[in-house]
Design a protein around this ligand. Structure first.
Ligand code: HEC
Length: 199
């Protein structure tokens, strides 16, 4: 009997280890499954918002601005006071202004290190850093977090490129523009998206 003791200990240990591994496995699977179904990263959220903004701006440009232009109605900067409709950049900025009126701490805007108007410049070191980064690497969005009062905000900055000659011509010739050497496909600035990540 006593000869079997080591064997029994080994079998018992093996059985225990097996059960432990199975339990751990089930636990880990359930946990990762729950994490997978409930959680979405701030990066991914920003990507969704960016996709919607980009689609709306292109949709507005291609299906509204271009069509109206053919009918003699121009998109131009002073659309509020004169005949005409907003520029695509202003269309995005105006939506951002309306969203900011809601108490969501969600904001988005177009910005640049050499903006036509100072209010479209960087508002923080992080924004300056982000606009510089997307200027160098247009394909990689820049991410960071800032504190605004008690709220922690996630910020994503995507490059905004001169996708048509119209971008270049208008910015290079705008009386207020500090930069006049833009070329097609240059990064002209960025889209800055911010939202809270604490709630
Ligand atoms: C007809 C003129 C015009 C065209 C075309 C135009 N923009 Fe602009 N853009 C403006 C004006 C004016 C502003 C400032 C709007 C404001 O703040 O009210 C602006 C703002 C911006 C800003 C924010 C920084 C800044 O300079 O103030 C970016 C970035 C920008 N435009 C990129 C583009 C891109 C990219 C295109 C082409 C897809 C484009 N723009 C086409 C006139 C134009």
């Amino acid at each position: 009997m006593s000869d079997n003791k080591p064997l029994l200990w080994t079998l018992g240990g093996a059985a225990f280890a097996f059960v432990a591994v199975v339990f751990y496995w089930i636990f880990a699977l359930t946990l990762s499954d729950r994490m997978r179904s409930d959680k979405i990263t701030p990066q991914r959220t920003a990507e969704f918002i960016h996709a919607v903004l980009e689609a709306n701006r292109n949709n507005y440009t291609d299906n509204v601005v271009v069509k109206l232009q053919r009918d003699g109605i121009e998109a131009h900067e002073h659309w509020r006071d004169e005949r005409g409709v907003p520029l695509p950049a202003q269309f995005l900025l105006e939506s951002g202004r309306l969203v900011a009126l809601k108490d969501l701490n969600l904001s988005f805007r177009l910005a640049s290190l050499t903006p036509i108007y100072v209010w479209n410049g960087a508002n923080s070191d992080l924004e300056r850093q982000g606009l510089t980064a997307v200027q160098k690497n247009p394909e990689n969005p820049f991410f960071g977090t800032i504190k605004k009062g008690d709220v922690r905000l996630f910020q994503a900055i995507y490059s905004d490129k001169a996708i048509s000659q119209a971008c270049v011509d208008c910015h290079n010739s705008h009386p207020n523009s500090p930069r006049r050497d833009f070329q097609l496909n240059d990064v002209m600035g960025g889209i800055i998206i911010s939202f809270p990540i604490d709630q």
